[in-house]
Ligand binder design. Structure first.
Ligand SMILES: *[C@@H]1O[C@H](CO)[C@@H](O)[C@H](O)[C@H]1NC(C)=O
Ligand SMILES: *[C@@H]1O[C@H](CO)[C@@H](O)[C@H](O)[C@H]1NC(C)=O
Length: 469
């Protein structure tokens, strides 16, 4: 996902763009018209993905450099990811340019509408059109109903949205498709024309809808996918210049689906797997980097041996882990995964002589939401001037960690992000400078410890001998 914007760009753009924007914003919503909008909402897992294609036209008298996206307040709170690409060229030769997107406040926003501004790469002149491809991801947006289910029941959920795309612009024509995991739909709102074919609902086409048109829609459907949410994940990545990268990951995992009610019968669970506990999860899959070694997996009680590592030494290693009990709605599991990696796969030297770690952000568990992620990169002792480069905004701070044999402690670069989804599993870097002389610190400490011990022995013997005399 090269398409994400860098924090530095956002800051500079915000400074430049806000004053200009306030100046032109009054005019811009009359200036832009959406000729065609197609929205595809994918509800097949518990992470909602929305693909929006907008064909926009500048119908105003001056050129336009920005397009506004509008979100109802309920969605903004759950927005984990948003990116916009400009598509150019015809079908087969289409190329995409990633565009800067930033949150924007508008003084007269109706119904607490929230906005994001897409900054066009080239201003759109009067009469010109552009095609934008937008992807946004929502978490915690499927609401289990019934709220509680027993072991033998399927999980049903609600999804709420608007059949008409919320926009500050006039939309000439629009269609929305909603994909659900199976063809088991309890009910769905009709806003004619509305169609259903198998596991897809179609809303529209709707013609000529004025700005801020809204028409609530509710879909009630079966979704037995694992609602796997890590409420808190702390990943520690420790660099040792002796050739190893040691990773320790602490998980607080929850099943965020419909709460389990009644008793849990392991006999039913094992004898009727297709009817019993269909929305629960028994296995978890973690995608780890290639060449992983010394993998362990333990919970509060101790090491768990039911984990299988499938290592394909070139691309990826897959770790399948099995908690002590299957996870039902509302249940939690706390566990730790640890592993080692060869340092040369992740530590490099940049052209200015600094060293840098190039590692993957996010969470190794597949199709999982992380409510709060903390990554702690523990640098070798004696490292100076650390700086992190992450392709999206994160909170950053420094800590110091002491372990035995440390003289001055190790600098820890702490990165924190809320609402993390699988698209955030992309490389980030931590740069630092290091004087190789510090490599000797540990052996020196060891040597001096031995030397002191030796001297103490000599002194003791000496005293001992002199007493005996
Ligand atoms: C658990 O596994 C790790 C790694 O294999 C090992 O170092 C540790 O001693 C084990 N602990 C127990 C209690 O068996
Ligand atoms: C980091 O690693 C990825 C592949 O894992 C690579 O594509 C990328 O160029 C690397 N970034 C830097 C700055 O070395």
């Amino acid at each position: 996902m090269e398409a994400l914007l860098r924090p530095r760009i956002i800051i500079s753009l915000t400074i430049i763009v806000i004053p200009i924007f306030l100046f032109i914003s009054g005019a811009s919503s009359h200036q832009i018209r959406i000729n065609n909008a197609e929205r595809r909402i994918d509800l097949s897992t518990h992470i909602v993905k929305v693909f929006l294609t907008l064909k926009v036209e500048n119908t105003g008298k001056t050129s336009a450099s920005e397009i506004l996206l509008a979100f109802p307040p309920t969605q903004v709170d759950h927005l984990a990811f948003l990116e916009a690409l400009a598509a150019t060229g015809k079908k087969k030769k289409k190329t995409y340019v990633s565009l800067a997107v930033k949150p924007t406040q508008l003084p007269d926003a109706p119904n607490e509408t929230n906005y994001y501004t897409i900054v066009l790469a080239n201003p759109l002149n009067t009469g010109e059109t552009a095609t934008l491809e937008i992807l946004y991801i929502l978490t915690h947006s499927l609401e289990p109903f019934p709220v509680e289910i027993s072991q033998s029941e399927s999980q049903l959920v609600y999804y709420r949205d608007s059949a008409l795309i919320l926009s500050p612009y006039h939309i000439k024509q629009q269609t929305t498709f909603i994909k659900i995991p199976s063809n088991k739909v309890e009910s769905f709102t009709r806003v004619e024309p509305t169609d259903r074919a198998g596991n897809e609902l179609k809303y529209g086409p709707y013609e000529d809808r004025p700005p801020y048109s809204y028409s609530p829609l509710l879909v009630h459907f079966e979704n037995n996918n694992p609602f796997s949410v890590v409420e808190e994940l702390v990943r520690e990545v420790e660099i040792s210049h002796w050739g190893n990268l040691q990773i320790t990951e602490q998980y607080k995992l929850a099943h965020a689906g419909a709460r389990h009610k009644g008793i849990f019968s392991r006999v039913d669970y094992q004898s009727k797997p297709t009817f019993s506990g269909v929305s629960s999860f028994k296995h978890l899959l973690a995608r780890l980097p290639p060449r992983v070694h010394s993998v362990y997996y333990r919970d509060e009680i101790g090491n768990i041996s039911t984990s299988h590592l499938r290592a394909d030494s070139w691309k990826i290693s897959e770790l399948e882990i099995e908690p002590r009990y299957p996870l039902f709605g509302g249940w939690r599991a706390t566990f730790v995964i640890g592993y080692g990696l060869p340092l040369e796969d992740f530590l490099f030297e940049s052209s200015d002589g600094r060293r840098y770690l190039n590692f993957t952000f996010g969470c190794p568990l597949v199709e999982t939401v992380v409510d709060k992620l903390t990554i702690k990169v523990v640098l070798p002792e004696g490292s100076k001037g650390p700086s992190a480069v992450v392709p999206f905004p994160v909170e950053q701070r420094l800590e110091t960690k002491y372990s035995y044999l440390d003289v001055v402690g190790r600098t820890v670069v702490v990165l924190e992000k809320k609402n993390v989804v699988p698209v955030h599993n992309i490389p980030f870097q931590v740069y630092y400078t290091f004087k190789p002389i510090f490599m000797l610190a540990e052996p020196m400490m060891l040597a001096s410890a031995f030397f002191l011990f030796f001297m103490a022995c000599v002194a003791y013997l000496h005293v001992d001998l002199s007493i005996r005399k």
